[in-house]
Design a protein around this ligand. Structure first.
Ligand SMILES: [Zn+2]
Length: 245
């Protein structure tokens, strides 16, 4: 009996499918690249391209989120070198972050929906970001990196955020994130939030690079879950390779 007779066949192509049973502990014994933490099958490292931006992204990452390989917040720091990452603990506010939020060189905005009335007076729109650029201050998008539930908790339980202007992201974009099932297509993942904010505030080049890098991450990770190697570079891969020259 040949291997293919032994295994499943794809009904669409008739090709043998890789056996599934031994892969049920998905990801747990996959060899991961030390550089990008993705399965080595489709490593992200060849597509890492840096980009400059005027605005900065500071991530306040929930302590649980930090260790998830599907987290997209980390992609932002791979592209924008000025990105800062702080870990959120309810009982211990990050002192470095608290100091930075008071630094007059920066104009921080906390990114959060404007769906509650009790902070309505703090809500601004993207024009406020353009305005601080005119004042030669550095706009900072403080993004709460976690599930929606975690983000709400972080917003409510972080007194050092209470004085910041609240910038809701307004966009028609629907999520392209393939690694977790969103409650709604309108719920963007962390990297997508940063991409849209950068684009709207005038850092289009950085937004384009990060968008391509996000696509490569998304496709590479999703295909690796099916043990499929991406043989031909995708359009986003090719654009990033061209930028590296
Ligand atoms: Zn890698």
């Amino acid at each position: 009996m040949s291997d293919s007779e032994n295994g499943e066949r794809d009904p669409a192509t008739g090709h043998p499918r890789p056996p599934r049973r031994e892969f049920k502990a998905r990801g747990s014994f996959v060899t991961r690249c030390l550089g990008c933490n993705l399965p080595e099958l489709n490593c992200l490292c060849p597509y890492q391209v840096k980009a400059d931006s005027i605005a900065q992204v500071w991530l306040l990452t929930h302590s649980i989120e930090h260790f998830k390989p599907t987290n997209t917040g980390r992609l932002i720091g791979d592209v924008l070198t000025q990105t800062r990452v702080f870990t959120w603990y309810r009982t211990a506010p990050d002192e470095e972050l608290a100091v930075l939020l008071e630094d007059p060189r920066y104009a921080p905005f906390v990114i959060f929906p404007d769906d509650q009335p009790d902070y309505a007076e703090r809500v601004v729109d993207i024009n406020a970001v353009h305005a601080v650029k005119q004042q030669a201050r550095i706009p900072v998008f403080v993004i709460l990196d976690g599930t929606w539930r975690q983000a709400r908790r972080m917003f409510r339980k972080s007194p050092y955020l209470d004085t910041l202007p609240v910038l809701p992201l307004r966009t028609e974009r629907e999520t392209r994130y393939r690694l977790r099932k969103p409650a709604s297509k309108a719920h963007l993942c962390t990297a997508e939030v940063a991409i849209e904010l950068l684009r709207q505030s005038g850092d289009e080049n950085a937004a384009d690079v990060l968008d391509d890098y996000f696509d490569v991450f998304n496709d590479s990770y999703a295909e690796s879950r099916y043990y499929r190697k991406i043989a031909q570079p995708t359009a986003a891969m090719q654009r990033l390779l061209d930028r590296k020259g």
